[in-house]
Write a protein of this length. Structure first.
Length: 125
């Protein structure tokens, strides 16, 4: 019976940019990028992660408290094109800035993290 097979929708998968491009955009080695990619694909087989999944993964690192509000800001900062999903490139570039960026890059990234409405200002609200 093929009726069930006809109803299955294809899974949307994201094809990452080439490894060579990521080597130039990040400060990771080829082996580090390959390892990060394996871990990313293990958690997100489609190649994309939405905010809910990102929050679940992030909360594993901080099990003692509610990490959801900070995870939201972090997700927005990693989501460079603001399409509501992180691809591996978004993740790798963001992680590269956090771990290996210059002081200026880290300051800009942190400012962007807290500029929640993207108006160029950090406010108390």
């Amino acid at each position: 019976d093929n009726s069930d097979a006809d109803l299955e929708l294809p899974t949307i998968r994201h094809q990452p940019e080439g490894l060579e491009q990521l080597l130039t955009r990040t400060k990771f080695t080829k082996m580090e990028l390959q390892s990060l990619y394996r871990g990313f694909k293990n958690e997100c087989p489609s190649g994309l992660v939405d905010e809910e999944t990102f929050t679940l993964i992030y909360s594993r690192f901080f099990p003692q408290g509610d990490a959801s509000s900070y995870a939201h800001f972090l997700f927005d900062a990693f989501d460079a094109d603001h399409n509501g999903a992180l691809c591996f490139q978004d993740f790798a570039v963001g992680l590269s800035v956090l771990l290996r960026g210059t002081e200026q890059q880290k300051l800009k990234w942190t400012f962007d993290l807290y500029d929640v409405n993207k108006d160029g200002y950090v406010t108390k609200e």
